[in-house]
Design a protein around this ligand. Structure first.
Ligand SMILES: *[C@@H]1O[C@H](CO)[C@@H](O)[C@H](O)[C@H]1NC(C)=O
Ligand SMILES: *[C@@H]1O[C@H](CO)[C@@H](O)[C@H](O)[C@H]1NC(C)=O
Ligand SMILES: *[C@@H]1O[C@H](CO)[C@@H](O)[C@H](O)[C@H]1NC(C)=O
Ligand SMILES: *[C@@H]1O[C@H](CO)[C@@H](O)[C@H](O)[C@H]1NC(C)=O
Ligand SMILES: *[C@@H]1O[C@H](CO)[C@@H](O)[C@H](O)[C@H]1NC(C)=O
Length: 252
């Protein structure tokens, strides 16, 4: 192949995009939010960093083939009228308000988060449903090429252990379930956060996370704590060559 052919191939490869569809199958409005860790990569989806999704609605957009360290989560019970920012939603709020700040707009825990790195090392897409920051909404990541489904399809709020329960809405219904790390009084040296003397996989087994089984037994295909890869059902991969398109469904 001549040099110009190489240039053309490189251009067409970087121009490739995936289609993502975010569906709100919940019976109430949610406000999906998108965040890209811009330290890891500059490619961002062709969608705003937040929007309102009425019940039973879907939105599709393209995502660059090399989206790196990207996350999408759902916010609920939002009102951005005054002081738009992290407290505008009962769960999942972000710096910025409706549009999450591109640099600092990660979600306030507890929030269940869908995470992707497309076309990562080894020619693989990596994706997971993370409960590392706790849980707020059930969600499922599916795809159109037969790769595994990542999910936490169960509403964990009603049965959330007392120590982790909350926040609640105005009528007292629990709408969030914190992670064990989220309630640890000493998060810098914690077997739940895998920090301090517990910072290595060998020193941070899942048996040190008090409510690990509560989360993992109900949501086996989710990423429950910092080193949950050892479970074998936390982080999923799909060959990038399949060019998978992904659907994220809230309240599947
Ligand atoms: C994914 O969507 C893109 C358009 O964004 C399309 O070109 C591609 O064929 C789709 N991939 C699969 C595997 O269906
Ligand atoms: C992704 O592709 C774009 C366009 O080719 C490029 O600018 C960027 O550096 C690539 N990598 C990441 C991680 O964003
Ligand atoms: C949800 O949307 C689909 C497709 O538009 C429609 O067939 C279905 O009846 C809707 N369900 C509800 C509960 O509104
Ligand atoms: C949002 O908050 C404003 C200011 O507190 C209030 O006036 C308004 O009614 C709220 N909107 C909704 C939909 O609750
Ligand atoms: C959940 O975690 C709390 C606080 O770490 C602990 O007190 C409680 O016993 C745990 N519950 C279960 C069911 O393990």
């Amino acid at each position: 192949m001549g040099k110009s052919t190489h240039v053309l191939l490189a251009l067409s490869a970087s121009a490739a995009a995936r289609t993502f569809t975010v569906t709100n199958a919940c019976s109430y409005t949610i406000w999906p939010a998108v965040f890209t860790d811009l330290h890891a990569g500059t490619a961002v989806p062709s969608v705003e960093t937040g929007w309102e999704a009425p019940p039973n609605s879907s939105r599709s957009f393209t995502v660059p083939d090399n989206w790196t360290a990207g996350r999408i989560w759902g916010r609920r019970d939002c009102n951005f009228t005054t002081n738009p920012g992290p407290t505008s939603c009962l769960t999942g709020g972000c710096n910025g308000g409706l549009l999450c700040d591109p640099n600092t707009g990660t979600g306030v825990p507890p929030a269940s988060v869908a995470e992707w790195t497309l076309s990562g090392s080894g020619g693989l897409d990596n994706y997971d449903v993370s409960l590392v920051d706790g849980f707020n909404l059930p969600l499922t990541i599916s795809n159109n090429v037969g790769c595994p489904v990542a999910s936490c399809p169960v509403n964990l709020n009603p049965t959330c252990p007392t120590a982790l329960k909350g926040p609640a809405d105005a009528s007292g219904v629990t709408v969030g379930c914190k992670s064990d790390c989220g309630v640890d009084p000493n998060p810098t040296n914690s077997p739940s956060c895998c920090s301090g003397t517990f910072s290595l996989p060998q020193t941070c087994p899942n048996t040190g996370v008090p409510n690990y089984t509560f989360f993992k037994s109900q949501c086996p295909d989710s990423y429950v704590y910092a080193y949950d890869e050892s479970s074998g059902t936390a982080l999923f991969t799909c060959p990038s060559s399949k060019q998978a398109n992904y659907t994220l469904t809230f309240c599947p």
